[in-house]
Design a protein around this ligand. Structure first.
Ligand code: NAD
Ligand code: UGA
Length: 463
């Protein structure tokens, strides 16, 4: 039996460890966190995150070979392998503010591991970190005067929220980076052996530490770049009567381009794309590569443009004012099948419309609590309504901001009749059947497609 600890019971720790535990019944897994409420939620019937299929795996493993705890020091002492999946947000102060990763939680963890260890251990970076962070981790850990040795491995996580269970059960690849020393390679082999219990060996890639750390940032940068690329073209489509779905389909059929991550939208959100690209930008600047930094920064700038362009189009289409108008936002989560609202474009659109003094009603099947928290003081100016029909009642406009399947299945005839006229529908996810909505009476505006409207002299204007 191996004692395995995970520090950080957030999205990553909380969704990966139960799955690993389910495949390694003879090993003992503990997930710890400083956040007592979060640990209590993991121990309850109401898990702190919504992730399809995860509940069942937690019920199956919890209190058998998987335990949640706040006793961090004790469990560090007992562990042989420690995964660290604490948050690594963008720094908001000091040098590198707004770009560099804030490594304070990460460093605190390293010091805590050192303080509570009385045996040598393998420490695994699961959090997303700037390239060469493992070097600092190694320095802190191996600065002990008592002969203990720590092998630091990089094992970045590639799961996406909403499909975390599927991604972890059957990943495209598992990446493990380690030192090319004998001890480093032994540690790599131990982690490979853990994953090989259910993942085919050829899908487990081993590299040097720095390639592994950097690959994680680069994977997110490439994924986000595709979205910004297609979104940039959506703006051009709106000017030229080309249709972004047709363009995406036509280019995606080329096997060299591929058809995934070409869904044009109101913008990408989530806790990682923006922060990881900004981190990459900062690294490039740090290493004296300003041209490379500017190249990647543009992916984030294009996303901000897309979000503000969408909100500005709403205002322009609704006769250049939304002051006092009720607008129903369908969706708050940054994507479907998650309750996460971090960096959600829906909340960006909400903020922009509040600036214009619109009366905002938000509906979402799972993310309203997080939305309210993320909006902070602005939440007091928003109505949260679980029922989309009630949210749309008397509204001047609906904006589809999260691609929840249930929004495609609503009775839009009923919704249309309950709304103020002219009724506007802005589809920020190109989720609905626009022609049908237009026939029902809606004025329909989507992403990268000509608007379907009966209103003359009112068209899309760019931000
Ligand atoms: P999160 O904020 O949901 O969870 C992090 C947890 O770490 C929090 O519960 C926090 O209380 C805890 N924590 C912080 N400092 C601690 C300490 N000293 N001791 C114990 N617990 C501590 O973050 P997340 O979304 O799980 O992301 C974690 C890391 O994984 C980040 O680096 C992120 O970039 C990366 N990542 C996230 C995703 C994702 O889908 N969310 C996917 C891949 C990688
Ligand atoms: C992303 C990556 O996909 C994961 O591989 C990575 O592990 C993770 O970030 C991370 O490091 O945190 P996630 O943010 O959960 O996962 O979700 P994605 O499916 O990548 O979607 C991100 C955003 O892009 C969402 O707002 C989504 O709606 C948007 N998106 C995605 C589009 O607008 N168009 C697309 O074609 C695809």
């Amino acid at each position: 039996m191996t004692n395995i600890l995970c520090i950080g019971a957030g999205y990553v720790g909380g969704s990966t460890m139960p799955i690993i535990a389910s495949h390694c019944p003879e090993d003992r897994f503990v997930i710890v966190d400083i956040n007592e409420a979060r640990i209590a939620a993991w121990q309850s019937d109401q898990l702190p995150i919504y992730e399809p299929g995860l509940d069942e795996i937690v019920w199956r493993t919890r209190d058998k070979n998987l335990f949640f705890s706040t006793e961090i020091d004790r469990h560090i002492a007992e562990a042989e392998i420690i995964f660290v999946s604490v948050n690594t947000p963008t720094k908001t102060f000091g040098r590198g503010a707004g770009r560099a990763a804030d490594l304070q939680y990460w460093e605190k963890t390293a010091r805590q591991i050192l303080k509570n260890s009385n045996s040598s251990k393998i420490v695994v970076e699961k959090s997303t970190l700037p390239v060469r962070t493992a070097e600092a981790m190694e320095r802190i850990l191996n600065s002990n005067g008592n002969g203990l040795h720590f092998d630091v491995l990089s094992n970045p996580e590639f799961l996406a929220e909403g499909t975390a269970v599927r991604d972890m059960q059957s990943p495209n690849r598992i990446l493990i980076g380690g030192r090319e020393t004998e001890s480093g390679q032994k540690a790599v082999a131990k982690l490979v052996e853990l994953y090989a219990r259910w993942i085919p060996r050829e899908r487990i890639i081993t590299t040097n530490l720095w390639s592994s750390e950097l690959s994680k940032l680069v994977a997110n940068a490439f994924l986000a770049q595709r979205i910004s690329s297609i979104n940039s073209i959506s703006a051009l489509c709106e000017k030229t009567e080309a249709d972004i779905s047709e363009v995406a389909n036509a280019i995606g059929r080329d096997e060299r381009i591929g058809n995934r991550f070409l869904q044009s939208s109101v913008g990408f959100g989530g806790s990682c794309f923006k922060k990881d690209i900004l981190n990459l930008v900062y690294l490039c600047e740090h290493y004296g590569l300003p041209e490379v930094a500017r190249y990647w920064e543009q992916v984030v700038l294009m996303n901000e443009y897309q979000e503000s362009r969408f909100a500005a189009n709403m205002v322009a289409s609704m006769f250049n004012t939304v002051a006092g108008k009720r607008i129903a936002l369908f969706g708050a989560a940054f994507k479907a099948n998650t309750s996460d609202t971090r960096e959600s474009p829906a909340l960006e659109v909400c903020r922009a419309l509040l600036e214009e003094h619109a009366k905002i009603v938000i509906t979402d099947p799972y993310a309203m609590e997080n939305a309210s928290q993320d909006l902070g003081e602005l939440a007091a100016r928003v109505v949260f309504e679980p029922d989309p029909y009630a949210a749309a009642k008397s509204a001047h406009a609906i904006a589809i901001l999260t691609e929840w399947k249930q929004y495609a299945e609503l009775d839009y005839e009923r919704i249309y009749h309950s709304m103020a006229k002219p009724a506007f529908l802005f589809d920020g996810r190109n989720l609905l059947n626009h022609k049908k909505l237009f026939e029902l009476g809606f004025n329909v505006y989507s992403i990268g497609k000509p608007p379907l409207t009966r209103l003359v002299n009112v068209g899309l204007t760019s931000a």
